[in-house]
Design a protein around this ligand. Structure first.
Ligand code: ASP
Length: 347
């Protein structure tokens, strides 16, 4: 029951952009790429983050400091229910966070997965990189490490996120002890399954590159589920000789193609950031064979975004379906259209 219900919820969230459906197969919506340094790009929820990162780069800050300072704003924001404090919880009502950081100049990286109680997993990921001989800490071990590094344990579940979780939980089964809407006489409202993440990539005036991706992952996930965000090569990859890539959207689809690494490798071979993102999305389409993940038209019934920037400051973004991303080449962040594979699909 529970998995069917989850699937139904999953399709409900995707149908927002799948509804109404006429598909095109040509990439569309592309933005004009511009070479300008320094440059910061991020997922569309990163307007403030990219501005903060740019401010830091213009003041001579290091790219890694800049992008982490940027995403910390979103991690701290209770109103972003997909990242850090206020993120939507797992199926047991507990917030579990994933994050990765990667520093081009030093070729180092760090990550945490399924981290509870610490609102800034990107900072913990950075300390894994700087203070340990490891790259990836998860769960209880990641929390212990964070506490040893002086982070404070806190309840990351905001009232709003708790309410959404409770609504979801109460609708899960008619056979358990949680009352239905009618039985309880309370309107639960629509309960959908959420994805959401921030990925932020920065290149300084000298062409040095860093990136971070941080998230509360898929809402109502099975405890312990780790998405693509903290996986080096999937949710994030940086090569100081070439460029950087990050991703948001259905992590399970990205992990299978090691997306961010693939994007950077294609840029190394000469593709533009946007072309590289589109080529990897085509792999995602080829590797999505599960019927439950396909719409009636046979196309993926989920969204996946890639963002990429090269050493020269050319940037691009692409997604399976129309989407936007954030760019900052000066004081102000702006949203630009991503290229996409399919205009719309059938639910
Ligand atoms: N990629 C994230 C994950 O799968 C979620 C998202 O970006 O929406 O955990």
């Amino acid at each position: 029951m529970s998995s069917q219900m989850q699937r139904r919820d999953f399709f409900k969230v995707t149908s927002a952009f799948l509804a109404g459906s006429s598909a095109i197969t040509q990439p569309g919506g592309a933005v004009q790429e511009r070479a300008a340094l320094p440059v910061v790009i991020s997922s569309a929820n990163g307007m403030k983050a990219a501005a903060k990162a740019m401010e830091s780069l213009r003041a001579g800050g290091k790219p890694l400091d800049a992008v982490i300072a940027g995403v910390n704003i979103v991690e701290d924001d209770p109103n972003d229910s997909s990242v850090g404090y206020g993120g939507l919880p797992n199926e047991e009502g507990e917030v579990e966070l994933d994050a990765s950081v990667m520093d081009g100049p030093t070729c180092r990286c760090g990550a945490v997965g399924a981290l509870k109680h610490i609102r800034n997993p990107s900072k913990v990921a950075r300390l894994v990189m700087e203070r340990t001989d490891h790259i990836f800490l998860v769960g209880e071990g990641a929390l212990k490490f964070a506490l040893r590094m002086g982070f404070e344990k806190e309840n990351l579940l905001t009232e709003e996120s708790r309410r959404k979780w409770l609504e979801w939980r109460s609708k899960l089964s008619a056979r358990d002890a949680w009352l239905t809407e009618e039985e309880s006489g309370t309107e639960f409202g629509e309960v959908i399954r959420h994805y959401g993440t921030i990925s932020c990539l920065g290149v300084d005036a000298a062409g040095n590159i860093a990136g971070t991706t941080t998230t509360s992952g898929l809402s109502w996930k099975i405890p312990g589920r780790v998405g693509d965000s903290p996986i080096i090569g999937a949710g994030l990859y940086v090569d100081n000789d070439v460029g950087a890539a990050g991703s948001t959207g259905r992590g399970e689809a990205n992990i299978k193609v090691c997306g961010a690494h693939a994007v950077v490798e294609l840029m190394r071979q000469g593709k533009s950031p946007e072309q590289a993102c589109l080529a990897v999305l085509e792999r995602v389409v080829r590797t999505t064979k599960e019927k439950r993940l396909l719409g009636k038209d046979g196309r993926p019934a989920f969204q996946l975004n890639f963002y990429a920037v090269n050493k020269k400051g050319e940037f691009g973004g692409a997604a399976l379906y129309p989407s936007r991303f954030c760019v900052n080449t000066g004081a102000e962040s702006r949203l630009v259209n991503s290229a996409y594979l399919f205009k719309r699909a059938q639910a």
